[in-house]
Design a protein around this ligand. Structure first.
Ligand code: SF4
Length: 199
């Protein structure tokens, strides 16, 4: 391998070290193995992969449906909440992992319909004062913000419960945190512009 190729490979690895989704929103130890996909040997967040896949599909189909079916803000609002409803059901009912993956995919589409709901409501407001359209905007934003906060905290609490039961919990560098420490070192070096710099 030439020096140029070696440099380029190194830069790729460095970039991956500082990539925020590398940690997969979970520690990268065996206890959280079912929360990650392995892609070309790298662990990536399973939830994020499914969520962003849904988001990409939503970006393509939602605007088309909104235009061709002339969807109003009520339909967009109901569609968003129906798609979103699968998330709390999945979180509290603990279905098989494949159902959770599907739920994350639907949540990705719901994020797009959420945006579409707000845009369609704003368009409605430009035609004249419409209290319902205004209410839909506020309710949609409130549901998004509160549910995001709630589910993020819940995930953190559940992660912590797994860690507390783990035999490595009191180890200064447990299997799951080694990657986190490596990433922190990479970030620090990246900011300093030394070995991990992309210069
Ligand atoms: S304490 Fe155990 S479960 Fe938690 S991150 Fe470390 S190795 Fe994983």
């Amino acid at each position: 391998m030439s020096k140029k190729e070696q440099r380029s490979k190194l830069k790729k690895q460095e970039r991956w070290l500082v990539y925020p989704y590398r940690l997969a929103h979970h520690p990268l130890c065996s206890k959280f193995e079912d929360h990650v996909y392995r892609i070309k040997g790298y662990k990536v967040c399973r939830g994020c992969v499914n969520l962003y896949s849904g988001f990409l599909v939503g970006i393509v189909i939602v605007p088309m449906l909104a235009v061709f079916l002339n969807i109003n803000f009520w339909i967009a609002f109901v569609a968003t909440n129906v798609l979103f409803l699968f998330t709390p059901l999945s979180v509290f009912l603990h279905p098989p992992r494949i159902i959770k993956d599907l739920t994350r995919f639907l949540l990705g589409i719901a994020m797009v319909t959420c945006l579409a709901t707000i845009i369609i409501s704003i368009v409605e407001l430009t035609k004249g004062i419409n209290g319902w359209a205004l209410a839909v905007i506020f309710i949609t934003i409130a549901i998004y913000v509160t549910s995001r906060r709630y589910f993020t905290r819940l995930r953190d609490r559940r992660n912590e419960q797994v860690c507390r039961k783990c035999e490595q919990f009191y180890h200064p560098r447990c299997e799951g945190l080694v990657s986190g420490i490596d990433r922190a070192i990479a970030l620090e070096s990246h900011e300093k512009g030394d070995a991990f710099s992309e210069q």
